[in-house]
Write a protein that binds this ligand. Structure first.
Ligand code: BGP
Length: 478
């Protein structure tokens, strides 16, 4: 028997910059990822288009969802998706971020996408900003470091809120906003990377700029939430965090404390602001330790208070250990820094696989905030083998997802109000951290390869049929 609620939102998740392609058509301007190289970097490196343009493949074409959306959404519908999480690429709507009028061709594209979802009975879940900051705003303002970005973001929100009324109900203000607490967040999510030009220069890490930029994102998020609540009462507004569960490596009280600090800094800092509407008590000391002073304007506290989210969403891929001891081994994972857990196996990219950590995290989140929760990213990045007959036997992916859904069911039994589940990259797409096509997450295989070959055809993997059965049984038949 299913423990999930009857209206549970089963689906999948993608992001515009990682799957749409068509990076410069119909008036679209360049966004940060359009200027990142691909291939073997553990962190995307920004270049100017004049340098090594061939390196921009494959994110410029990605899997060309832009021209394949009907086929792809029909495949999602065949699996029984109730929801589809995607993002709007800001630069399709405002190519430089500063135009006074939105770009009609960009707006029309998402009309087609959302209408197609509707035709199939799929509810869109839309990320407003998923690493798609207009690059012009990076050049001119150093991204979110400048408070003017709040106004540009609000113009963008107002345009899409008005346009997609009746088509979209669920919105997430920023993807993985807490990436801004990690050094790489300065590049991808905050755009505070002006002047950064590739591998020759080490990525700048400036906590003062990062945390100030994050403050501007908090203000932008709160204003967008308030505006939506005031003008579109049917809209449900959510945050989105990259939840990296961590455990103390030993029972040494120093490790317990170090882990508590790490959990606050990595996981709770942003959502405490977005859910509770104020900076947490520990923020002051954290700023002192990081050597940061946040400049706030009069009225900011009120803005934060009035713009709290309706539901909490997060990505969950892995867990880590935190220690003060020097005999632990560092993880190779490229998202969070931490130490290896001897009880866990890891993916080929070093991400430690921890389904029970998902139950633990769901409980921690729900205990803390008591608002509905949704897992909007989860999955296994793997190198799939396409057989001669067009099949892909991805039992490893099924095992990963099954184990995580089992733990979600346990969390529901624990009392967590879980709204839905959208595994990441439900159709193969470009990896955010490595820029590769080779790191695949999908239920649907796309013939697109890192050497530029591939006819973009779509093929159902074994996991496609498995997930269809899971949805049909509302999570009972795993
Ligand atoms: C999250 C991002 C996604 C996605 C995912 C998987 O952090 O929100 O954009 O890419 O991670 O990461 P990767 O693509 O690096 O494997």
């Amino acid at each position: 028997m299913s423990v999930f609620r009857d209206d549970f939102l089963w689906g999948g998740a993608c992001a515009a910059n990682q799957f749409e392609g068509a990076w410069d058509v119909d008036g679209k301007g360049p966004s940060i990822p359009d200027l990142c190289t691909n291939g073997t970097h553990t962190t995307p490196k920004l270049l100017t288009p004049t340098i090594e343009p061939d390196k921009f493949y494959p994110s410029h074409e990605a899997i060309d969802f832009y021209h394949h959306y009907e086929e792809d959404i029909a495949l999602f519908a065949e699996m029984g998706f109730k929801t589809f999480r995607t993002s709007i690429n800001w630069t399709r709507i405002f190519p430089t971020g500063e135009e006074s009028e939105p770009n009609e061709a960009g707006l029309a594209f998402y009309d087609r996408v959302f209408d197609c979802c509707k035709k199939h009975g799929i509810e869109p879940l839309v990320t407003i900003s998923h690493y798609e900051l207009p690059y012009a705003l990076v050049e001119k303002y150093n991204g979110w470091a400048d408070r003017k970005l709040v106004d540009f973001y609000m113009n963008y929100c107002k345009a899409i809120f008005a346009r997609y009324q009746g088509k979209v109900k669920y919105w997430l203000t920023f993807n993985e906003i807490n990436a801004g607490m990690m050094p790489f967040g300065g590049v991808l999510s905050l755009g505070t990377c002006k002047g950064y030009r590739g591998p020759a220069v080490a990525m700048p890490d400036d906590p003062q700029t990062r945390l100030q930029a994050l403050h501007h994102q908090f203000i932008a998020s709160a204003l967008a939430v308030k505006y939506a609540h005031d003008h579109y009462p049917e809209y449900k507004m959510g945050n989105m965090d990259c939840f990296i569960t961590s455990y103390p490596y030993t029972c040494d009280p120093a490790d317990i404390l170090a882990n508590q600090q790490a959990m606050r800094k990595t996981n709770w800092y942003c959502s405490d602001v977005q859910v509770r509407g104020e900076y947490p008590a520990y923020a002051k000391r954290l700023w002192e330790e990081m050597g940061v002073t946040i400049h706030m304007e009069p009225g900011d506290a009120e803005i934060l208070k009035n713009g709290t989210v309706d539901f909490y969403t997060f990505s969950y891929y892995m867990s880590n250990c935190i220690t003060t001891h020097d005999d632990a081994t560092k993880t190779e994972g490229n998202v969070a820094q931490g130490f290896k857990n001897p009880y866990l196996k890891a993916s080929d990219w070093g991400w430690q696989i921890d389904p029970q950590g998902l139950r633990y995290s769901l409980n921690e989140i729900y205990d803390r905030y008591r608002i509905p929760v949704m897992v909007v990213e989860n999955g296994l990045g793997a190198r799939d083998t396409l057989e001669a007959d067009g099949t892909v036997h991805d039992s490893y992916r099924i095992d990963y997802l099954r184990a995580h859904i089992e733990q979600m069911a346990e969390a529901v039994k624990d009392g967590v109000d879980l709204m839905g589940y959208t595994p990441w990259g439900c159709i193969d797409l470009v990896s955010a951290s490595t820029g590769e096509m080779a790191k695949r997450y999908g239920f649907i295989y796309v013939k697109k390869y890192d050497d530029g070959t591939g006819d973009l055809s779509r093929l159902r993997k074994d996991s496609f049929y498995w997930y269809k059965k899971v949805i049909a049984s509302n999570g009972a038949d795993l």
